[in-house]
Structure formats: structure tokens, C-alpha cells
Design a protein around this ligand. Structure first.
Ligand SMILES: C[C@@](CO)(OP(=O)(O)O)[C@H](O)COP(=O)(O)OP(=O)(O)OC[C@H]1O[C@@H](n2ccc(N)nc2=O)[C@H](O)[C@@H]1O
Ligand SMILES: Nc1ncnc2c1ncn2[C@@H]1O[C@H](COP(=O)(O)OP(=O)(O)O)[C@@H](O)[C@H]1O
Length: 288
């Protein structure tokens, strides 16, 4: 008898703020970040099937998919030799700084734990997530989080208010490793004041949040994809409260004044020939 699927949404994230403090001995960078889940999501379905892991995800199918890697790690941790089948419906753009792959990996870990009757603790799931990638731990629960270390040391922040967002992605993406390499060459480290973020989030003020938007990787990614700078200016010219590149890019988000304003800005960008435009909003933390 065929086993049935379990399904979940894998939410994208934006970095409302990202400071790169410096390079570590392991080659990774020490970060401070305010990470925020958004409504834009992939759909991930998993079921027990066969003796191997299979991952179906259009052009990203196969063992290189980060969700496939996550499933292997999960089964290995439990010493299981059975297989699982993963299906991913992609909606999150790739190489956008929105953690689409990381979120698919996190969703796979969540689903597998459910499918196998919760054999792994939250702590073990976070450890497995850390082995998949720096952003995967955040994507396990999402919400509004303070991230430190490589991005995997997480702490709750006051929940962000509902922010109406316009996302726009240039045709070209940015390879995360390349952005960090560029940062090492040309970048300058800033830092975030956590108390300022806590205040702005507690005030639930989109304007105050917009005033604190910050990303040390922008300066590294703009020479790779110059359109980032232009898109940011367009979002600001359309009276978004603030605009910023997310993560290592190349996606840029604008905090709109309302849902209606976000739709109007998105329409204008589309009319100017920008194809990859989304209207979305912030999403809440989900329990694991
Ligand atoms: C920049 C950020 C900000 O949230 O997001 P994205 O733009 O990828 O979404 C993250 O730091 C990306 O996290 P993630 O995409 O999970 O990184 P990984 O797969 O672990 O690593 C990809 C590459 O980025 C570099 N990297 C990543 C994280 C970090 N703290 N320092 C790094 O130097 C690694 O050296 C590696 O070559
Ligand atoms: N499930 C997945 N979804 C998206 N990209 C994936 C996935 N699995 C592996 N990848 C690879 O990871 C790379 C970066 O993934 P993505 O999530 O788009 O990055 P980022 O958030 O760093 O911009 C992609 O270019 C792709 O080759």
C-alpha cells in the first residue's frame, strides 16, 4: 500500500538587517541579523517510499537538492535504511537572498519528523539544520528572529507588525559565496544595535523599522548585479517607507505604506518591464 504524503509551506525570508562582523577561522562570516519570514512560499510534500531518497523539484531535482541532503541527514541520524520521496513546488526565486533552498530543507526536516512520529528533539533538528546550511535553522521555525554566529544562533525578537512588501528580483541572481568573497575584498563591517530593533518592533511601526534597514552585503553584491541599486531607488521613489537588498541578493524589497500601495508599486514596476515582482507580507513563527 502506498503511504500518504504530508505537506507544508516552506516560507521565504528577508533580512531586515544584516551586519557582517568579520571572517571566522572556518571561513564563514560572523553575523548579526534580523531575520523575518514572509508569506511567499514553496510547497513541500514528503512520503515514505522505497529504499532511497528521491527529490522531485523540476530542474533542481536529485541528490544535489538541499532538501535531499536534509532527508539523508535525518534518516542517517535515526539509523534508518528506508527511503522517502520529496516533491517541491517552487515559487521562491532562486539566488535571490530569500533562502528558498534553506526553507525547503527545513520544511523537509519538519515533515520527516512528523511522518516518523517526532523521534528527534528540537535541539537535534536544529543541529541537522546547521549541517545543511547557515540559514536552515532559522527556516525551521521562522518568524522574527535575531540571528548571530553563522546565522544559526537564534533568539526571539518581538514579533514584527504586518509589513506590506514589494519584492523585485533582477534577471541575474547572486551566488552567496561570491557575495561574501566580494565583501572580504571591498566591504566594510557595521553592527546592529539590538535594543533599537526591539524598540522598533515593539512599537509595531513600519516607519521605524524602515529607518533601521541595513545590509553590509549590498555594497558587495551591487557590482555583481548593478540593477539592485536601480530597483532600490525605484522603490524609494514610489514612496516605500524603506527599501533594501535581502541577504546576499539579488532580490530587493520595499516596505509599502499599505497592501493597496504595494499592489500599485508592483504594477508600476511590471509596466516598466520588470517581470519578477511579488506583493507579499510578513509571516509568523511556526512551532516545530
Ligand atoms: C546571506 C544570507 C543571509 O541570511 O542569506 P542568503 O542570501 O543566502 O539567503 C546567509 O548568510 C547565507 O546563508 P546560507 O545560504 O544558508 O549559507 P550556506 O549555504 O551555509 O553558505 C553559502 C556560502 O556563504 C558563505 N557564508 C554563509 C554564511 C555565513 N555566515 N558566512 C559565510 O561566509 C559560506 O562560506 C558559503 O560559501
Ligand atoms: N530546494 C532548492 N531550492 C533552491 N535552490 C536550491 C535548492 N536545492 C539546492 N539549491 C541550489 O542552491 C542555490 C542557492 O539557493 P537559494 O535558496 O536560491 O539561495 P539564496 O537564498 O542563498 O539566494 C541555487 O542556485 C541552487 O543551485
Amino acid at each position: 500500500m502506498k503511504q500518504s504524503f504530508v505537506t507544508t509551506f516552506a516560507h521565504a525570508k528577508i533580512n531586515l538587517a544584516l551586519a557582517v562582523l568579520g571572517i571566522r577561522d572556518d571561513g564563514y562570516h560572523e553575523l548579526q541579523s534580523v531575520m523575518q519570514s514572509i508569506d511567499l512560499h514553496d510547497v513541500v510534500r514528503v512520503r515514505r517510499a522505497g529504499e532511497k531518497v528521491t527529490c522531485h523539484c523540476g530542474e533542481l531535482s536529485g541528490s544535489g537538492n538541499i532538501a535531499h541532503i536534509a532527508a539523508e541527514l535525518f534518516l542517517q541520524e535515526l539509523g534508518l535504511s528506508e527511503g522517502v520521496e520529496i516533491h517541491i513546488e517552487k515559487h521562491i526565486p532562486i539566488q535571490a537572498g530569500l533562502a528558498g533552498g534553506s526553507s525547503d530543507a527545513a520544511a523537509t526536516l519538519r515533515l520527516l519528523n512528523k511522518l516518523f512520529d517526532n523521534p528527534l528533539t528540537k535541539k537535534t533538528l536544529l543541529e541537522l539544520a546547521g549541517k545543511c546550511g547557515a540559514d536552515v535553522a532559522f527556516c525551521l521555525g521562522g518568524g522574527t528572529m535575531w540571528a548571530a554566529g553563522r546565522g544559526e544562533e537564534l533568539d526571539f525578537l518581538p514579533k514584527a507588525p504586518c509589513l506590506d512588501l514589494v519584492l523585485v528580483k533582477p534577471r541575474a541572481g547572486v551566488n552567496t559565496r561570491e557575495a561574501y568573497q566580494r565583501f572580504d575584498r571591498d566591504g566594510r563591517s557595521g553592527f546592529l544595535v539590538r535594543a533599537d530593533w526591539e524598540n522598533a518592533l515593539r512599537e509595531s511601526s513600519p516607519q521605524q523599522i524602515a529607518a533601521l534597514l541595513y545590509n553590509d552585503l549590498e555594497i558587495a553584491s551591487i557590482p555583481l548585479v548593478p540593477e539592485i541599486s536601480d530597483l532600490k531607488q525605484q522603490l524609494l521613489a514610489e514612496k516605500c517607507y524603506g527599501a533594501l537588498m535581502s541577504g546576499s541578493g539579488s532580490c530587493v524589497f520595499g516596505i509599502a505604506q499599505s497592501g493597496e500601495h504595494a499592489r500599485q508599486v508592483a504594477e508600476k514596476l511590471k509596466n516598466r518591464g520588470h517581470k519578477n515582482v511579488w506583493v507579499t507580507k510578513t509571516a509568523d513563527h511556526e512551532s516545530m
